[in-house]
Design a binder for this molecule. Structure first.
Ligand SMILES: Cc1cc2nc3c(=O)[nH]c(=O)nc-3n(C[C@H](O)[C@H](O)[C@H](O)COP(=O)(O)OP(=O)(O)OC[C@H]3O[C@@H](n4cnc5c(N)ncnc54)[C@H](O)[C@@H]3O)c2cc1C
Length: 481
């Protein structure tokens, strides 16, 4: 009997939820499906490692991964005690305001104790720890080295009834039935192709590509380090610079250094070029910290970083199917939102199924409701990432073409610069901004009239000064009549 036939026999005894992909989104989906289904199966194309480690299906594992506070809270809610387990495995608790040295040129952002404390660890340790927390029993099974090839439907073609699978070891095909299929197969999701094969429309896509390149190297953390920070971030000056970098303490007495270049200013992957790129950041502190540190990995590069939203919320999907994680919202990773967005998605999925099963015995309508709620709950982080990247693109366009910025672009650019200046001098405001960024407060927390007026006043002052300067210049060049 094949492994698929064996699993089919087990799941025939009750309701069954099937998850495609065992990345962060897939694992969290599996966790919440266990609340509602008798059996859950996670199908993963890769062979899953026994210990934390890289695997081909998630190449981003080699790069620094930070959790937002909201993501960290949801993980703890779904897996109580996970944070303590991560710390026991070497993760380092970082207060994202007190322990983070954030630099832009010679300035630094305020540092003071906050509630924004998250465990800092590699993505492979996090994924592995979550996987270990899921029960290993007939109720939940991982079918690894197994690829989902297509969706199966009922005779009316209106409901997904399961998937076709390929065993990557013996190349045998098989099938599993399911009451709900969750696509959590990431940026490379084949869902549009599978829907097309079934005669369904494919989702429209919104893409914003800031052409960000990522390059990462791991270092031994120096033993005698006398630093009052656990994470150092050198930010690019708003819309003026393309280069940035982050150095984060991780488990195993390691540092991970990721260098970023927007607008195709890609950080090099050779020894000399990599460090030289670090040296040219707007503040030399990060370069000074790593220049003599001992590297413990090659230099890894990643460039597929565009923001891409597949609008499943605007489609009529077949029943029995939902799509989540990077397969829907793939963010520019610079903003560190992906894992937390996946966690928000898992809670939404849990809520949708629970609400449905309170009033009905089947899942009709869940697909539609889930995709709409997911789109709504991730609107704020999506706008944050894409608005900043769009502003960058229009700034680059203006520089390259010599085109003048439109009035709105010009004012919003100045507004952004003034916000940055005021944040540097106000720990309170900075904390509010960080809470919104970390998704623990809604953006309305920032709409403080006094603050907005303060910023607007600075912008106005600057424009009046520029304007009077221009009038004075024109007057002095104009011959008297
Ligand atoms: C360079 C980089 C840095 C990042 N940094 C951060 C960060 O700092 N903070 C943060 O929160 N997020 C970060 N992210 C994003 C984060 O990695 C993802 O958003 C998050 O892990 C959720 O991804 P996912 O589970 O949806 O997909 P993935 O992690 O891509 O997992 C998809 C899984 O599906 C499997 N799969 C695919 N197709 C099939 C198939 N047909 N059958 C079976 N299995 C299949 C794959 O093998 C894989 O295991 C970063 C991303 C990148 C690229």
């Amino acid at each position: 009997m094949s492994k698929f036939e064996k699993r089919q026999q087990v799941i025939s005894n009750g309701s069954h939820g099937l998850v495609i992909g065992s990345g962060i989104a897939g694992l969290l989906a599996a966790r919440v499906l266990l609340n509602h289904f008798a059996f859950v199966t996670v199908v993963e194309r890769d062979s899953l490692p026994e210990q934390p480690g890289a695997r081909p299906g998630v190449p981003q594992t080699l790069h620094s991964h930070g959790l937002l506070k909201r993501g960290s809270n949801i993980l703890e809610q779904l897996f109580p005690g996970l944070e303590a387990e991560l710390v026991a495995a070497g993760a380092i608790l970082v207060d994202l305001i007190a322990d983070t040295l954030t630099l832009i040129q010679q300035d630094s952002f305020p540092r003071c104790p906050s509630d924004l404390i998250v465990p800092s660890c590699s993505r492979s340790l996090l994924e592995w720890s979550i996987r270990c927390r899921l029960p290993k029993s007939d109720r939940l099974q991982f079918l690894d080295a197994t690829q989902v090839k297509k969706l199966l439907t009922d005779e009316t073609n209106s409901r997904i009834t399961g998937v076709q699978l390929l065993d990557r070891d013996d190349l045998q095909l098989g099938e599993l039935t399911a009451d709900l299929v969750v696509d959590a197969s990431g940026r490379q999701s084949n869902m549009p192709k599978w829907l097309e094969e079934l005669g369904y429309p494919t989702p429209a896509e919104t893409k914003v590509n800031a052409f960000l390149g990522y390059t990462t190297r791991w270092y031994e953390r120096p033993q005698q380090l006398d630093a009052d920070w656990k994470m150092m971030l050198v930010m690019p000056q708003y819309l003026h610079e393309s280069r940035s970098g982050v150095l984060i303490a991780m488990e195993g007495n390691r540092w991970v250094l990721s260098l970023y270049g927007f607008n195709q200013d890609y950080p090099p992957t050779d020894e000399v070029g990599f460090l030289e790129f670090a040296r040219t950041l707007s503040n030399p502190a990060l370069y000074q910290a790593v220049k003599d540190a001992k590297p413990v990995s090659p230099i890894y590069s990643f460039r597929n970083t565009e923001n891409r939203l597949r609008h499943y919320e605007k489609l009529k999907l077949p029943e029995g199917l939902v799509v989540m994680g990077d397969a829907v919202f793939a963010f520019n990773p610079f903003y560190g939102q992906g894992m937390s967005a996946a966690a928000v998605g898992a809670l939404e999925l849990d809520r949708c199924i629970e609400q449905q099963l309170r009033s009905r015995t089947d899942l009709t309508g869940v697909s539609d409701r889930f995709q709409k709620q997911l789109a709504q709950s991730l609107q704020a982080p999506w706008l944050l990432a894409t608005n900043r990247d769009r502003a960058r693109l229009s700034a680059v366009d203006a520089t390259m073409t010599g085109k003048k910025l439109g009035l709105i672009d010009h004012l919003s650019r100045q507004y952004g610069q003034e916000v940055e200046a005021l944040l540097k001098s106000s720990p309170e405001r900075y904390r509010s901004l960080m809470e919104v960024y970390h998704m623990v407060k809604t953006p309305t927390a920032l709409f403080n009239l006094k603050f907005a007026l303060n910023v607007a006043k600075q912008v106005l002052k600057r424009n009046i000064a520029n304007y009077s300067h221009a009038i004075w210049a024109v007057r002095s060049l104009t011959p008297p009549l």
